[in-house]
Ligand binder design. Structure first.
Ligand SMILES: [Zn+2]
Length: 154
């Protein structure tokens, strides 16, 4: 499948959102949107209303409704999600259970240490990128090289 393209400006904005959560010592999730009709460029970051704690985030029903309304009005879809962890980056059972993206080929990214030290320059060193397989499993994918599923571009 074609890799998703993440513009550095969108990445920069996303890291700011995630760090705002980290300053409260809380996880935070952000969503990357693309046109529903297709397109591989992640043009927009969306921060859903969320309930968070140190090792937890949850989108209440009204937040999911607001997200669905936003997607419908903008003819958009959620192509990928990214969230922070207090320490190590991995895809937990809860992450799989509560994933907002659920289509085969969707990406779910996790950043360690509340993204406190992550910059556009260090992003690919720190992030873990998981892809939902056709069998419904979240598989770790390489951050670089020919099999990379995400390209960071100016
Ligand atoms: Zn998690």
């Amino acid at each position: 499948m074609t890799p998703l393209v993440l513009p550095t400006a969108v990445l920069h904005e996303t890291l700011g959102l995630l760090r705002n959560g980290g300053e409260l010592r809380c996880e935070r999730v952000a969503l990357w949107l693309t046109p529903a009709a297709g397109g591989s460029v992640l043009r927009e970051v969306y921060e859903p209303y969320q309930e968070t704690a140190r090792d937890y985030f949850h989108l209440p029903p009204e937040s999911l409704q607001a997200l669905m309304a936003r997607l419908k009005s903008g003819r958009l879809k959620v192509a990928a999600q990214i969230h922070t962890h207090p320490a190590e980056a991995f895809h937990s059972k809860a992450d799989a259970k509560w994933a907002i993206v659920r289509h085969s080929g969707a990406l779910s990214l996790v950043l360690p240490r509340f993204a406190a030290t992550t910059t556009v320059a260090t992003f690919l060193e720190e992030v873990k990128i998981f892809e939902l397989s056709e069998a419904g499993e979240w598989m770790l994918t390489p951050n670089r090289g020919p099999d990379a599923r995400l390209l960071v571009r100016p």
